[in-house]
Design a protein. Sequence first.
Length: 342
Amino acid sequence: MANGNATFRHSNVALLGLTETIAPNEVTSEEFDERLADTLSNLRLPTRLLQRVAGVHSRRNWDQPSQFADGAIEAGKNALVEAGVPPDAIGLMVNTSVTREHLEPSVAVGVHAGIGLGPQAMNFDIANACLGFVNGMTLVANMIDAGQIEYGLVVAGEDASRVQEATLRRLNRPEITREEYLNEFASLTLGSGAAAAVLGPADKHPEGHRIHGGITRAATQHHELCVGDHNGMFTDTKGLLAGGMELVVAAWEEAHADGWNWRDMDRYVMHQVSDVHTNSITKAADLDPDRIPVTYPELGNVGPASLPITLSREASTLKRGDRILCMGVGSGLNTAMTEIEW
């Protein structure tokens, strides 16, 4: 536990179902360039920055911003079907979305009702920026191991359209400066979507994918480097990258010192941010880039739903016994790495 580090191991937990809901509307980075043409010209900034610097060519949006919850409901229902677990078997449902319409009640209650879960299912939100889904899986897994619940459901539904629109309006102000533009650049990489996962006891589901455990680590001295709400996301990009890489490397090294061996995994499924973020982690941990699937070029950064969406899309390429390391960093800063055996 020293130095903000925590490793954990699960004894009897399996991933039984993992699904995504695709937001229906594609929004290309070219469309943003068109809407920002005057600003880019005034600031003497080139077009295609999102594509060339971040590697984000498009993202998805819902028909209406509030449909992020409908997406989480759909993903949750589909994950239960995929897992073969009835709604009345769920003992806990955790919503991990960053997006919310109001401060109370929780997003979880609407998703719980929409999926049709029974009164036996505890439900609440966990908010930890882009790391929330991984944290939710760890909590559910711990409760399964403890015997408090038998099955759990983790969901996340995200909407980025309001942040996008607020950011575009602000970046089109005549008095906008180059520094202000670059501080909000990351907001335009965000996308919308939803994901859900069902976890249960491994001994009752030999077909499931064993969740072995992992590591978490905090560096909350960096909590002011990326701050966002519906009006925009304001980011110290260089500071965030430097702090994030230091955090990831520290967690990676301490995990290996504690007995984990993640140097030759079959897949490294990361939280999806950008080319810069992915390439930096790949280099820092000396990973094989061919084993790192990416979805941010077409989906952008879908917050906590990004990692499970990417793993869901990669599932058809995985075979029994493959080892997967899920790697996430959330604003704040926090990181987590979790090993899954397929």
